[in-house]
Design a protein around this ligand. Structure first.
Ligand SMILES: [Mn+2]
Length: 489
């Protein structure tokens, strides 16, 4: 779908410009990379649903024009604009449309070009200095400044030649040395481990600001052997243009704002303490603190950037400050549940990985528990979860007020809450007990909460008092202008 607001966008800069026109946007000059910008971003993301995009320029100690873009995809409207979806559709529908779009792209391989905007400025050898970019010291106890949060990291499988692209956090250790944190089992880590097993350094390229579709492709959990850059081409509907990195030969999106090339030596040769870094559960985790091990580094051999580059900040914030306006993993889970044969799903919403809500119209006794167990088994719901809540079709699973009301009034804790231990988790889990962490036994337990009217006597359940959707719409249509409250819809 090519939307009349501009999708697909050629680069991050044109997307930022479209949002300046079509959505909420603030530009701030003179702020400090040292905690000030991070604190502002978090406070704004907490303050309202669908917060404005923030652009920081003339960051303290940095040249004007070296910008940071944050909360880039924090409003539902901006995610819709990025994907070329109807910007005014409701959140649940957008999650579904976004997932359908992301699931059904037919891969188109990139075209290699000789030149691109990313090569407007090039530095190698002693001229490499990643500190010219306003990397943020974000959370108060972060172990350093992070250049890579909204990044894409390219590695090539030495056996097949397949290029994987993923988003991994990259810390700045030195002007030419970055820290790399990849969770156990992630594809980029598996590829690096193949080089390290042969005693070789793994060639790596990374970008720090790309067009929305390459960024979103980089976040998809595509199967081993599937190229995210091909997939991004499919989402765009035409090949992505890439340059061939002079140091690594790896493909680098030609429109990238900032890119680096280098190599990750075997950890037996060089590691650094990585982190701590504030992660999405709202705690410092992963890295050396989470695993007890020094973590890999990237020796940076080349730096490229456009004129007036935009560094994409996508630092994880605690769940009360959402940075993604539409959780499209909700839509992916929705599709998988349907494929697993779950009937009459009215909505799926993953508020974060620890809190997933599914709304169903109950058709038979046991339908609700079947749905919850399917969430636990699906690829999109299996890893790193905690609570699975099943609600009736009158509850909007994306609206926490409604979900909490169902949990307060439709649950008998003894009979409607089930726990299961030994599930797939990660070192990022703040509740991982020290014993399990020491054994690298990264499993946790799950609670299934059936916040539905009990099927056997659902017809005797008290009637809810909240105005019906139809009555509400009729009355609001009559009085909306006089109330002047935009949030009433
Ligand atoms: Mn991958």
């Amino acid at each position: 779908v090519v939307d009349d607001l501009g999708a697909p966008f050629e680069d991050l800069a044109s997307f930022v410009d479209a949002c300046r026109v079509h959505d909420d946007f603030r530009e701030i000059t003179g702020a400090d990379w040292n905690l000030e910008i991070g604190t502002l971003i978090e406070a704004v993301a907490e303050a309202q649903t669908d917060p404005p995009m923030l652009i920081f320029d003339s960051v303290k100690g940095h040249m004007a024009g070296y910008r940071v873009a944050s909360l880039v995809y924090a409003s539902a409207r901006r995610v819709a604009i990025a994907l070329g979806l109807p910007p005014d559709a409701d959140r649940l529908m957008l999650a579904r449309l976004a997932a359908a779009k992301l699931e059904h792209a037919n891969p188109i391989a990139p075209t290699t070009v000789a030149d691109g905007l990313v090569l407007e400025n090039q530095f190698t050898g002693d001229d490499v200095d990643v500190l010219k970019f306003p990397a943020l010291l974000f959370h108060e106890h972060d172990g350093g400044r992070y250049l890579g949060t909204g990044d894409t990291v390219m590695t090539r499988d030495p056996d097949s030649g397949w290029v994987n692209t993923g988003t991994y956090r990259l810390q700045v250790h030195e002007r030419n040395l970055l820290g790399l944190w990849m969770s156990p089992g992630q594809q980029g880590r598996q590829i690096c481990e193949k080089y390290w097993a042969q005693g070789r350094s793994a060639p790596i390229a990374a970008t720090f600001g790309v067009d929305p579709l390459v960024f979103m492709a980089s976040h998809q959990k595509l199967p081993w052997g599937t190229s995210e850059l091909d997939y991004a081409g499919g989402l765009r509907g035409r090949p992505l243009q890439v340059i061939e990195g002079q140091v690594t030969g790896l493909p680098i999106p030609a429109h990238a704002e900032i890119a680096i090339e280098g190599e990750a030596p075997p950890p037996s040769e060089q590691v650094r303490d990585e982190g701590p870094f504030g992660e999405w559960p709202g705690y410092y985790s992963g890295g050396s603190r989470g695993t007890g091990d020094g973590q890999p580094v990237i020796r940076v051999r080349a730096v490229y950037h456009r004129n007036r580059p935009i560094l994409h900040d996508q630092t994880p914030l605690w769940p009360g400050a959402p940075t993604l306006g539409i959780r499209f993993d909700s839509g992916v889970l929705w599709e998988q549940l349907e494929q697993a044969g779950i009937q009459d799903i009215h909505g799926v919403y993953s508020h974060n990985r620890y809190f997933v809500v599914v709304s169903i119209r109950q058709r038979y006794a046991g339908h609700a528990l079947q749905t919850a167990l399917a969430v636990m088994g699906c690829g999109a719901g299996a890893r790193n979860g905690r609570y699975i809540v099943i609600v009736d079709e009158d509850i909007d699973p994306s609206d926490m007020k409604q979900v909490l009301w169902a949990m307060q009034t439709r649950v008998d804790p003894v009979s409607d809450i089930t726990t299961i231990d030994g599930c797939w988790s990660t070192p990022l889990d703040p509740r991982m007990p020290p014993e399990r962490r020491a054994q690298r036994n990264y499993v946790n337990s799950r609670a299934i909460i059936l916040a539905v009217r009990p099927f056997a006597w659902r017809d005797k359940f008290p009637l809810a008092t909240r105005a019906s959707a139809d009555l509400r719409r009729r009355v609001l249509d009559k009085y909306r202008d006089r109330l002047g409250i935009e949030a009433l819809g």
